[in-house]
Write a protein that binds this ligand. Structure first.
Ligand code: FAD
Length: 283
C-alpha cells in the first residue's frame, strides 16, 4: 500500500553492494523505500558482467522479500552464450522484468562480444524467451553522448521498441523541458511505449558533476553555481537539492510523466523526503 496522498507510481534503482556492511545498509534502504509501494526495485549490472553474481544475489534477495525485482542486463563485451545462461537463470528464478542496456566499455578496454547495441540485445531476448520478460530500455532526453544526431538517437529508441521493448527509463536530467520535448518527439515518430523519467537526487556536487560529464546530463548553470556556492555545507546543498528535485518531479507528474524511477545510490532518506514533498504538494 502506498503512503497517504501518494498518487503516483515509483520504482527504485540500486547498485549491487560489495561488502557485508553494504548489503545490510541496502536492506535498510529497501525497507524504507518499500513504504512507497514501488512497482519494482532494479539492480544495476557492471558492463562485461563484472557484477554478474552480485547483481543476481541482490535481485534474488529482493524477490525473496516479496518485491518485484528487475535486474539490469548489459550486452557489451558479452557473448550470446553468456546472455543466454543469464536469461535462463532469471527465468528459472521467476524474474519477469529486465532493464536491458548496451553498457559502456571500461576505459582502456577493447569492446569484444556478440552485441554492438542494446537493440540487438532486446531482439536476442525476444528470440530466446518470447514474451516472457517485460523489457525496459534506456532513453536520453538530452541525448546519448555518442549519438550522431538527436534524430538518430530517437530512432534508436524506436529501434529498441520495434525489437520488443515494453517501456523506457530515461537518463537523469534537471530540465523538465528536455523531457517534455523528448516525449513529444517520441510521439511524432511513433514511439508508443511509456517513457519514465529517471530521477537523480542531489547528494554531492563533485560526484554529480563527474557522473554528468560522463553520461551527458546537463546540470543547469544556475543550479551548478548555487550548489558550488555551498562548498562543504552539505546540509544546505542537500536542502537545495531536495527542493529542486521535488519541484522537477512535481512538474513531470503534472505534465503527464507515467511514473518516476529514482536512482537511489542505495540511500533512502533524501528520496523519502522528495516523495513526501511531491505528495504534500499534490494535496
Ligand atoms: P544503445 O541503445 O545501444 O545506444 C548507445 C549509442 O549507440 C547511442 O548513442 C545510440 O544512438 C547509438 N546507436 C544505437 N544503435 C545504433 C546503430 N544501429 N547505429 C549507430 N548508432 C547506434 N550501464 C551499465 O553498464 N549497467 C547498468 O546497469 C546501467 N543501467 C542504466 C539504467 C538506465 C535507466 C540508463 C538510462 C542507463 C544505464 N546504464 C547502465 C548506462 C548505459 O549502459 C549507457 O548509457 C550506454 O552508453 C548506452 O546504453 P544503451 O542501452 O542506451 O545503448
Amino acid at each position: 500500500m502506498k503512503t497517504p496522498n501518494q498518487e503516483f507510481e515509483v520504482s527504485f534503482e540500486f547498485f549491487p553492494p560489495k561488502t557485508a556492511e553494504g548489503i545490510e545498509k541496502l536492506r535498510e534502504t529497501r525497507k524504507e523505500l518499500a513504504k512507497f509501494d514501488p512497482e519494482f526495485f532494479s539492480v544495476t549490472f557492471g558492463a562485461g558482467g563484472s557484477t554478474r553474481d552480485r547483481t543476481m544475489e541482490t535481485v534474488l534477495e529482493i524477490q525473496r522479500e516479496g518485491y518485484q525485482a528487475a535486474p539490469h542486463i548489459s550486452c557489451i563485451s558479452s557473448s550470446k552464450a553468456e546472455i543466454r545462461d543469464l536469461l535462463q537463470a532469471y527465468q528459472a528464478h521467476g524474474i519477469k522484468r529486465l532493464v536491458t542496456l548496451r553498457g559502456d566499455v571500461p576505459s582502456g578496454e577493447v569492446s569484444a562480444g556478440d552485441f554492438r547495441y542494446a537493440s540487438e540485445l532486446v531482439e536476442f531476448i525476444r528470440a530466446e524467451t518470447g514474451d516472457y520478460f517485460h523489457i525496459e530500455v534506456a532513453a536520453y532526453p538530452e541525448f546519448h553522448p555518442e549519438a550522431k544526431t538527436p534524430a538518430a538517437d530517437l530512432l534508436n529508441l524506436k529501434r529498441k521498441m520495434d525489437a520488443g521493448a515494453n517501456s523506457a527509463i530515461t537518463q537523469y536530467f534537471y530540465n523538465a523541458d528536455a523531457y517534455f520535448r523528448f516525449v513529444d518527439q517520441c510521439d511524432e515518430i511513433g514511439i508508443t511505449i511509456p517513457v519514465v523519467p529517471g530521477v537523480m537526487p542531489i547528494y554531492n556536487i563533485t560526484q554529480l558533476a563527474r557522473f554528468s560529464s560522463i553520461c551527458g546530463a546537463e546540470i543547469p548553470r544556475w543550479l551548478k553555481m548555487r550548489l558550488e556556492e555551498y562548498g562543504d555545507d552539505m546540509a544546505s546543498l542537500r536542502a537545495l537539492g531536495v527542493d529542486v528535485v521535488s519541484e522537477l518531479c512535481e512538474m513531470l507528474l503534472a505534465g503527464g510523466a507515467p511514473s518516476l524511477h529514482f536512482y537511489t545510490l542505495n540511500q533512502s532518506a533524501t528520496i523519502a523526503t522528495i516523495i513526501n514533498n511531491i505528495s504534500a504538494a499534490a494535496d
